[in-house]
Design a protein around this ligand. Sequence first.
Ligand code: HSE
Length: 309
Amino acid sequence: MKVKVKVPATTANFGPGFDCLGMALPIYNEITVEETIMPGSGINIQIVNKHDDDGVLFIPTDENNIVYKSIELLYNSIGMSPSELKITIETNIPLTRGLGSSASVIIGGVMAANKLLGNPADEAAILSIAREVEGHLDNIVPAYAGGFCLSANDDDGSIFYQKLNWPKDWKINICVPDFELATNISRSILPECVKLKDAAFNLSHLGLLLKACENEDSELLKKALKDKIHEPYREKIVAGFSTIRDKFKNNNDVYGTVLSGAGPSVTVISNKDAVSEVSESVKQIWSELNIKSQVFTFDVEQNGAVFVE
Ligand code: HSE
């Protein structure tokens, strides 16, 4: 038996929603898990590089592979160990760019293996296994559920999420530079503790952001898309980010500029009139720093992970 799952990319944080807000985007990785017929053939992991991404060469194809680790956790949760499996990972989401490529393959692997096993894991168990490997919910939940999601961990480990409204006219311009930034490195520069006033700033701005989305109020969104918990530290290691943000500060058609996840991609929210200008300006700013880039304009992907085979 063979199961294939298609899982969207994600952009997380959205400024004040550090580690809890994320959105699915219409680019996809596909993960196929197949029981091999030959006993003793072990675990075989193949990577199909659909994006011509050099980073793919460094994805482990042994037991250190995150898809394998997630599948192993699922098997272990029902007292089994994976023995003969062929795992194929077709990558289309740019790697180490803050676009949820890891979360997508983890969710895809767990869902595919779960179906092979006769669905022993429910939604809570799937998300909990994925969190154990990935660490944070802000990419995992929208990769699984699609849409624009706010997620929370409770003290007992339980996971809650809500899908939020995202106005149709708000375009998501995902600006991807040609340099990598691993999430663990981008997290390592964050302080262990935040100042009370910075926590209060983020809480109030996250509240405003949720209200702006609910009321489709772009003027409120402009005020809300600000962060004091992670971006002030990360802007020092993401070349061009603060210049891009400053460039659009007084542009009426641009509602905000934030880091996508842990970076280095940058998310610019705008109306449709600003889309070409955003793309040209961002490419120009990065090109002046000798950085090549691509800009994609997306609407939110409302579907999460889906079985395609
Ligand atoms: N929220 C994470 C971070 C990235 O900013 O480090 C996505 O999980």
